[in-house]
Ligand binder design. Structure first.
Ligand code: NAD
Ligand code: DAU
Length: 332
């Protein structure tokens, strides 16, 4: 693949993937991004201009998407509204971008016979009990809980239908919770790190027992590239790095790494419909494609991420007040 279109390539994971492709292949990349509140052109700074270009546009706009898709060998589809709490405040952009956007892209790939990789989430499977020995696999039934996860589940079903009915050459990946540089400060880990930097206390929803399966975004990128290059058409691959931790453990670790007492946090109003636990079995990806994560130690990865936010306050501080006001309005 010489020429890759990356939707949502100015977001947290998409921009990491663009850097990963430039660093590990000879391909050129076009980013298609609507540059919503979640995008950052800074995250793409320093990339070679002869290999990476940015088109500002909507993945749900066929007049933009059709000619762009036809001009590329492959599409990697990251573009989405991605935050559960926002989907509880206003689901409509989630339906528009995650469903209509994916439909628009699928139609373009169908017409031009272009290879597609669809990036999705483990949240499509709903949640697990804390003591359930099972983890999610590619065969777990779909049971999404929030407007966000329902919109992503719907987008996965569209991709599967376009593969089966129209022969679109697509793969799907469902990944667990990412952390790392350039993640928007509305999300759990960067919200807590930046609260501590600002001299305030981290905020835990409910009891803090909820478990997430953390993976560094760099490992997500290497998995997506492996699937794009070597994955079997029509297949789904789960991506995870055996990183289960409950939210209480993560907050305590952040506080310890930042030199504050480990109990210096607040419990706040729980998220409506809050999924209890996610856990990924990535055995298929590892066995079939030989993928392994490189960030084996969550504490090391988190310490690096904390340093990154300390060094990039100019990037996140202008947005901090608006993010916190929206949370405060809901008692969070
Ligand atoms: P993000 O919110 O940081 O970035 C999303 C990007 O998509 C932004 O640059 C935004 O401008 C762009 N975008 C939004 N609507 C668009 C539209 N209509 N047209 C074009 N561009 C649009 O999200 P992220 O955390 O980087 O997630 C990227 C993808 O990975 C999403 O599909 C998400 O569902 C999936 N995913 C995320 C995680 C995670 O932990 N963050 C885990 C698994 C899967
Ligand atoms: O599992 C993959 C998903 O992970 C992705 O599909 C989503 O795009 C991504 O946002 C993420 O979803 P979560 O809802 O799990 O992530 P979030 O960072 O919003 O929250 C992580 C956990 O922390 C969750 O249990 C809610 C909790 N939380 C969150 C915030 C913002 C808190 O306790 N306090 C907070 O302030």
């Amino acid at each position: 693949m010489h020429n890759i279109l990356v939707t949502g390539g100015a977001g947290f994971i998409g921009s990491n993937f663009v850097h990963h492709v430039v660093g590990n292949t000879d391909a050129t990349v076009t980013v298609l991004d609507k540059m919503t509140y979640a995008a950052s052109s800074d995250a793409l700074a320093g990339l070679p201009e002869d290999r990476v270009s940015l088109v500002v546009g909507d993945v749900a706009d066929a007049t933009v998407v059709d000619p762009l898709v036809a001009a590329h060998d492959a599409v990697v589809h990251f573009a989405a509204e991605s935050h559960n709490d926002n989907s509880l405040r206003d689901p409509s952009p989630f339906i528009q971008t995650n469903l209509i956007g994916t439909f628009t892209l699928l139609e373009a790939c169908r017409k031009a016979d272009v290879r597609l990789h669809h990036v999705s989430t483990d949240e499509v499977y709903g949640d697990l009990e804390l003591d359930d020995p099972k983890r999610f696999t590619e065969d777990t039934p779909y049971q999404p809980s929030s407007p966000y996860s329902a919109s992503k589940a719907g987008s996965d079903h569209l991709v599967r239908a376009w593969v089966r009915s129209f022969g679109v050459r697509a793969t799907i990946s469902n990944c667990s919770n990412n952390y790392g540089p350039w993640q928007h400060i509305e999300k759990f880990i960067p919200r807590q790190i930046t609260e501590v930097i600002e001299g305030r206390r981290p905020r835990l929803y409910g009891s803090g027992e909820n478990v997430r399966d953390w993976i560094h975004t760099e490992d997500h990128s290497s998995a997506v590239l492996a699937i794009l290059e070597r994955g079997r058409i029509g297949e789904t691959y789960l991506i995870g790095a055996d990183g289960e931790k409950n939210n209480l453990e993560v907050v305590r670790l952040i506080l310890r790494l930042m030199g504050r007492p480990e109990d210096d946090f607040e419990h706040v109003t729980d998220r409506a419909g809050h999924d209890l636990r996610y856990a990924i079995d990535s055995g298929k990806l590892r066995a079939e494609l030989g993928w392994t994560p490189t960030y084996g130690d969550f504490e090391d990865g988190l310490a690096q991420t904390i340093s990154w936010y300390e060094e990039h306050a100019d990037w996140w501080r202008p947005h901090k007040q608006a993010v916190e006001s929206a949370y405060a309005a809901k008692g969070q």
